[in-house]
Design a protein around this ligand. Structure first.
Ligand code: PHB
Length: 385
């Protein structure tokens, strides 16, 4: 706290004298190796793209990134890195946080040190309740699950078997799906939680098939797991048996959808971002991203990072470059802008993002598999809190 006051006084003094203010350091913790490395890299890409587009100086302070690789689901590693960033590097802000366990392990440190923590992906609902200094620019699982449960009821699905990853995001999605689906008269005929690192979904898929539901609802963290799941769904004959698949858009994220190939065609998902979202803001975002990273596709990870940087830049502009936890958070609350995903705002009570959630269908568009949006629920707040 004292250190921050000194830093803040230095900024003001520098501004008054016209001298160069101190660099503003952002400690970024991301999965840059291990099973989620591709996604951590996507998020870093977007952070750098935002800085390239908007310059590396805000309110007179040069932004310096200090990036750490937490390897994925490794809460002890994330925590140690955050400690080093805070104590040794004396960062002003913490950002990144791909996976839920990483965000949970660092939240108490953000609270204790009153350091703003910008969660750019981790999506378990309760994360923002763990520190007053957290703001989230991604989504929550309950937020994107309610619309697909409602869509299922409206589209003739009466019985569902749920399969979710056995950790925070999966538990959240399962609870929200069961709540909305059963409240509307649907019946859950079976539930299973798969280890988050399982390489083989065969036993879970067989149980689901034997229960003969109208549909399977699935939530898995985006990545190779989803590819294995979708392939297994076909191979085990759930598809041929007429069992429909409904899911949050993590499964068909643009980072892995090409690896699924035609097996993904026709899949119905609900989510907050699609590369195919039709808006001028998204058109220019996608164009810039693809030019900066040829051969790669923007997805929900990249948008979480891009909007996270926007929140940081805009908050600093409002505070005149002061990253004091209380001032920064006051600047963040109620912020509103048009993201590549559509109109968004930061809920002043929960510090979570409020956004439209879209129902999408996987189609081939111009040679690419895309999540084509065809319905939308506007201004969805996290229903999980
Ligand atoms: C998370 O760990 O919070 C997480 C990761 C990947 C997703 C969704 C949630 O697709």
């Amino acid at each position: 706290m004292l250190l921050k006051k000194i830093a803040c006084a230095a900024v003001l003094a520098a501004a008054a004298s016209g001298a160069q203010a101190e660099d503003l350091k952002i400690g970024v913790i991301l999965p840059l190796s291990g099973p989620f490395a591709a996604h951590g890299q996507q998020l870093e890409n977007s952070i750098r793209l935002y800085m390239k587009q908007h310059g590396d100086t805000v309110a007179g302070r040069r932004i310096r990134l200090i990036i750490k690789d937490d390897t994925g689901i490794a809460p002890a590693v994330s925590k140690r890195q955050a400690q080093e960033l805070l104590v040794r590097d004396k960062v002003d802000l913490l950002a990144g946080f791909g996976m839920t366990p990483s965000a949970f392990s660092v939240a108490p440190l953000a609270q204790e040190s009153r350091t703003p923590m910008v969660v750019m992906n981790a999506a378990t609902s309760s994360i923002t309740t763990k520190s007053d200094y957290i703001v989230r620019t991604s989504f929550t699982l309950p937020q994107v699950t309610t619309p697909i449960a409602a869509w299922s009821l409206k589209n003739g699905i009466r019985t569902v078997y749920t399969i979710v990853a056995d950790y925070g995001p999966g538990h959240d999605a399962e609870a929200e799906f069961v709540k909305t689906f059963t409240a509307g008269g649907g019946k859950i005929v079976g539930q299973v939680r798969a280890p988050v690192n399982t390489p083989d979904f065969a036993p879970f898929l067989q149980k689901a098939k034997d229960a003969k539901p109208d549909a399977v609802f699935v939530m898995l963290p985006a990545g190779e797991l989803g590819v294995a799941f979708v392939k297994g769904y076909k191979e085990r004959g759930l598809d041929a048996a007429g069992i429909r698949l409904v899911t949050t858009g993590d499964l068909t994220d643009e980072g892995v959808i090409d690896a699924m190939g035609d097996a993904a065609l026709g899949m119905i998902t609900s989510f907050h971002y699609s590369q195919a979202h039709e808006s001028p803001e998204n058109k220019s975002y996608v164009g810039d991203y693809v030019r900066a990273y040829p051969g790669q596709r923007p997805n929900f990870w990249t948008v979480g990072g891009y909007d996270g940087m926007r929140v940081i830049y805009e908050a600093l502009r409002k505070t005149g470059g002061d990253a004091d936890g209380d001032r920064f958070m006051a600047a963040v609350k109620g912020m509103r802008w048009t993201s590549p995903r559509g109109p968004v705002s930061i809920d002043p009570d929960t510090r979570d993002i409020v956004q439209d959630v879209y129902i999408r269908k996987v189609e081939r568009v111009g040679g690419f598999l895309q999540n084509v949006e065809f319905d939308r629920q506007e201004d969805v707040k996290d229903p999980g809190k």
